[in-house]
Design a binder for this molecule. Structure first.
Ligand SMILES: [Zn+2]
Length: 364
């Protein structure tokens, strides 16, 4: 790990160079060391097991970028892939979940809420920059109840896992290579195959495809945990049945969409954006979760939608309790709006059209 008193390894130096314009590699100090160490361990284990499952040996260098904005990046340089999670995303989201679980009215059915008393609001929980969140609190805020603290950490690691899986999908499914070939370095030959005017809709398709991969990976991990409850430790008390387990995973997913997505969308001009509108992602997530749960018969099919939107509303409440955001309870209506579904359909069909070309750009 990049630590202030240890020289960088070769991989760390490469990573540092690749993300130089964003501040390079994050050098940990003593107070962040343990958290960053765990994040790196999770990142490496996620990537290694994905490479094993897909029988690929994609060289992926994973580390933390010294950038305080709440974001993650993946890039392809000379045949090597780099995944970086910004330190802003790590510390910001970690503190966000700590703040949430410190609040007695957020996820009140888990652990002992009587121990919690935090009710300070931060200005904007959806802020794009860690510095804004950190400015609001001098004292570190953390849940007093051990179970709630462990739950906050689990939610954070679900978020991290989802982010890494999402970025890995951009690599392994050939999105990055396709983007380079057909949009960045387009020529007469490639333009015949892919219309550059379709760039936005194709890029939106890649995001949805990466979300599908991430959600599937997150739920596979959950299934693994439920089959090996010993690994849950003190959290067994939270993951009492499949419904609870799905609810908490959906809660982490809903929080990610609030952090990375913009819910203030308007239904017009959907094709002018490079990222799919948050409600389209929400709808797509429901489709993927439903498919997974159906395949594994985790809960009766008619319960999935209810659990999903319940988690989504709880995330909305959580954000409004710790920040000055006014909650909106129309996300389910918007996610199931015919306009959302139609746009999802358009993305999907365009994706099918280019899928064979995409396969050709997959690494190995
Ligand atoms: Zn993405």
């Amino acid at each position: 790990m990049a630590h202030w008193d240890v020289p960088l390894t070769t991989e760390e130096s490469e990573f540092n160079q690749v993300f130089a314009k964003y501040g390079g590699i994050y050098i940990t100090g003593t107070n962040t060391k343990q958290l960053i160490e765990t994040c790196l361990e999770i990142g490496v284990s996620v990537i290694t097991s994905l490479n094993q499952q897909t029988h690929r040996d994609i060289p992926v260098i994973f580390n933390v970028i010294k950038d305080t904005t709440i974001s993650a990046k993946s890039t392809l340089i000379n045949g090597k892939f780099f995944i970086g999670v910004n330190i802003g995303a790590i510390l910001g989201i970690f503190s966000l979940f700590y703040r949430m679980l410190s609040h007695p009215e957020i996820l009140p059915h888990y652990g002992n809420v009587k121990a919690e008393q935090y009710d300070e609001k931060i200005y904007d929980a959806k802020t794009g920059d860690l510095r804004t969140i950190m400015d609001y609190s001098e004292e570190p805020i953390f849940p007093r109840c051990d179970i709630r603290r462990a739950l906050a950490e689990t939610l954070f690691f679900s978020f991290l896992r989802m982010t890494i899986l999402h970025e890995y999908a951009h690599i392994s499914k050939g999105h990055l290579a396709f983007k380079e070939k057909y949009f960045m370095f387009k020529n007469a030959e490639t333009v015949k195959l892919v219309n550059p005017n379709d760039e936005n809709i194709i890029l939106q398709g890649f995001e949805i495809d990466a979300d599908a991969f991430a959600i599937y990976g997150l739920f596979s991990h959950l299934t693994h945990l439920l089959e090996n409850k010993g690994k849950l430790g003190e959290l067994t008390i939270c993951y009492t049945n499949n419904q609870n387990a799905i609810f908490l995973t959906c809660f982490a997913i809903s929080c990610s969409f609030r952090i990375f997505g913009n819910f203030d969308w308007d239904i017009d001009n959907l094709s002018e954006k490079k990222n799919p509108p948050a409600h389209v992602r929400l709808y797509a997530a429901l489709v993927f979760i439903n498919n997974y749960i159906k395949e594994k018969s985790m809960v009766p099919e008619n319960e999935v939608r209810e659990i999903f939107f319940h988690a989504n509303n709880e995330a909305e409440i959580a954000f409004s309790k710790i920040s000055l955001q006014i909650p909106s309870f129309e996300h389910d209506t918007k996610a199931l709006d015919p306009g959302t579904m139609e746009h999802y359909g358009n993305i999907y069909h365009k994706f099918l059209e280019i899928e064979s070309l995409l396969k050709k750009t997959e690494p190995y």
